[in-house]
Design a protein. Structure first.
Length: 284
């Protein structure tokens, strides 16, 4: 594992500069989602898959009307808005990107949910919320960005009410592989402003050490395969577009230059069995 440090500004910049990529290739304007989604036998379209992960996690966390939820790493608010619309929950979304928070608040206002959903700029490892505030801490593909994943676990435990649930979905290393394969993982991770992907057993130990109970690590790798392949196939036209764009725009960021290669390596490393996708559930 070769960890690289990314500041809050770096992570926010990654999402800000890659927003167009998500818009063109990932249904961002309609689904407001930045995650892989969840495919099962009932799923017929990519848009359905993007919504499905919300339903799956909401069922696992047993979310009910009136619950107070923290969406940790909320993007532009797709999951937060879904939870308000479909579960009648009150949701606070936090992100490192002021651009994302503003867009999320704009979407919520346009659909009349501004009194139920709000977005703000905060670090999910060190928030200003009072302890025992939330019924659920929710995180989809966001905790990978934390330089110290244990700090997130500690903060989630502090913020949850007794009996509250941490529910999340993310990427975890299950096989370190060869040095060359580790380099491929790093190229994927660093292109996404991820310092490193945590090992499954290490993350599980953080939960146990913090006295979370009823810990479950549910393997959902098969349910994201279609999305991983979709991203992989987007690499080939994306590589050409990226080359032209970067040639015409010499002041592009490193993320603009490297992001296209993440689409390739996330899939090849998955097929090699180096990582899996887990839904994580734990109760305070």
């Amino acid at each position: 594992m070769n960890s690289k440090t990314f500041s809050s500004t770096d992570i926010a910049q990654y999402y800000d500069v890659s927003e167009d990529h998500y818009t063109f290739f990932w249904d961002l304007n309609q689904s407001h989602a930045l995650h892989y989604g969840y495919w099962d036998e009932t799923t017929s379209t990519f848009r359905e898959a993007l919504a499905n992960i919300n339903q799956i996690l909401a069922n696992e966390a047993e979310i009910k009307a009136g619950m107070n939820i923290l969406d940790a790493g909320c993007g532009i608010g797709g999951s937060s808005i879904w939870l308000a619309q479909h579960k009648n929950a009150t949701v606070t979304g936090i992100t490192l990107s002021a651009k994302q928070a503003a867009r999320g608040n704009d979407i919520a206002q346009k659909i009349g949910l501004e009194n139920q959903v709000s977005f703000q700029v905060q670090d999910y490892t060190n928030t200003n919320f009072e302890s025992n505030t939330f019924d659920v801490v929710w995180a989809i593909e966001s905790i990978c960005h934390a330089e110290d994943k244990k700090k997130f676990v500690d903060e989630a435990f502090r913020l949850l009410k007794p009996g509250g649930t941490l529910i999340m979905a993310d990427f975890f290393i299950v096989n370190e592989g060869t040095q060359k394969e580790q380099t491929e993982i790093n190229k994927w991770a660093h292109g996404w402003a991820v310092p490193f992907f945590e090992k499954k057993n290490v993350f599980e130990s953080y939960l146990k050490d913090r006295n979370f109970e009823k810990i479950e690590m549910i393997d959902a790798t098969k349910n994201i395969l279609k999305s991983a392949k979709r991203l992989y196939l987007a690499f080939f036209p994306g590589w050409l577009i990226s080359k032209v764009y970067n040639f015409l725009n010499r002041n592009t960021t490193e993320f603009s230059k490297k992001n296209v290669y993440t689409a390739y390596f996330q899939y090849t490393t998955l097929k090699k069995g180096l990582w899996k996708y887990y839904i994580v559930k734990a109760v305070k």
